[in-house]
Design a protein around this ligand. Structure first.
Ligand SMILES: [Zn+2]
Length: 343
């Protein structure tokens, strides 16, 4: 009988819950808004009722491995506490995992959302033919996920992979994490909007200023469309973003020498606008990259460092979250057979 797991992607705006089977097929997905403003308890109650509904729908479909939940913030993997999450105010230092496990009576695995996205891309996306990948997720913020030997690299307490908070400008823009000049302040959707607004205010970018006035919901997507249409100011914003990203990708290549670096998240759709500047910067900053660059950019070659776009779009985190309890189950089976051999 096949098995399945529930994957949850809990963001500051959307709550998505999906049933995924062990071959990676998405069987059903529920998407609702996260009403963060109505408080933690309300969000957890709604999440649990979505999960229970889906578990009920698939009760006879196979074994339930458990529930995997990707959420923003730094999570202590040993205690299941969320330590800090700017997108989920009021959740700090709360035993999130235990609360949800008690309500559902099923095994729950919590994971940082960018780590979950990295695992998703490794399982079914751009990294599926590699054991080791590093993923950058460029969204509202910038997240990172390092997957080694098919498993998320957690570090000591589960907080590893915070690649969005690499410093790219020592005296740069203040960041929510307390540092100045973090990558997140230059390469996230939020940063692109902020930088575009500043350019508009400076008086040097009249088209951007007009676009801001005309679009009450001015977004990084609009900056991207303007860049596509050839607007030089919009293009410069993406070049700057590419340079900042290239600094960090280069540093990470030097540190880890992995075969694959995946760029995902909503802002990655602007790939053709930032990738040339990113590659230029990576070549300058990373001698490990220069020594291992593929002969043709984007090609899979033996012993080459590939920097490529993610393939699963916004579902990467959902697939990765569902994969978490499956990996735990695989580990348990392996430990059991080892134990049996010994006996
Ligand atoms: Zn930061």
């Amino acid at each position: 009988m096949p098995g399945f797991a529930i994957g949850v992607d809990l963001g500051g705006t959307n709550l998505r819950v999906a049933v995924v089977d062990d071959s990676g097929k998405l069987l059903e997905k529920l998407t609702t808004g996260t009403e963060v403003g109505r408080g933690r308890d309300r969000v957890i109650t709604e999440m649990c009722s979505d999960i229970q509904r889906l578990v009920g729908n698939f009760r006879t479909a196979g074994t339930l491995y458990g529930i995997g939940i990707g959420m923003p913030g730094i999570i202590d993997m040993r205690t299941g506490f969320l330590h800090e999450s700017p997108n989920l105010p009021g959740w700090d230092n709360y035993p999130v995992r235990d609360d949800i496990e008690n309500r559902l009576g099923t095994r729950v695995v919590l994971e940082n959302d960018a780590n979950a996205a990295g695992l998703g891309e490794k399982w079914l996306g751009a990294g599926r033919d590699f054991d080791d990948i590093c993923m950058f997720t460029l969204g509202t913020g910038v997240g990172g996920g390092i997957v080694l030997n098919g498993r998320i690299w957690h570090g000591m307490t589960g907080m590893a992979g915070e690649l969005g908070h690499y410093t790219v400008e020592p005296e740069g823009r203040p960041c929510g994490c307390g540092n100045h000049g973090c990558l997140e302040q230059y390469a996230s959707a939020t940063a692109i909007v902020k930088i575009a607004r500043e350019a508009a205010t400076s008086g040097n970018a009249p088209e951007l200023a007009r676009a801001i006035v005309e679009n009450p919901e001015f977004s990084s997507k609009i900056v991207y469309q303007m860049a596509l249409q050839g607007n030089e100011h919009a293009r410069e914003i993406f070049r700057g973003m590419g340079r900042a990203l290239g600094i960090v990708v280069g540093a990470t290549i030097n540190a880890l020498n992995l075969p694959m670096f995946v760029i995902g998240g909503g802002v990655a759709s602007a790939w053709e606008m930032f990738a040339p500047a990113m590659f230029e910067e990576v070549k300058v900053r990373s001698f490990v990259y220069r020594a291992t660059a593929p002969k043709q950019t984007g090609q899979i070659e033996r012993d080459a460092t590939l920097i490529t776009r993610a393939l699963l779009g916004s579902d990467a985190g959902l697939y990765g979250a569902a994969r978490l309890p499956m990996l735990l189950a695989e580990l348990a089976v392996r430990a059991e057979s080892k134990e049996r051999k010994r006996a």
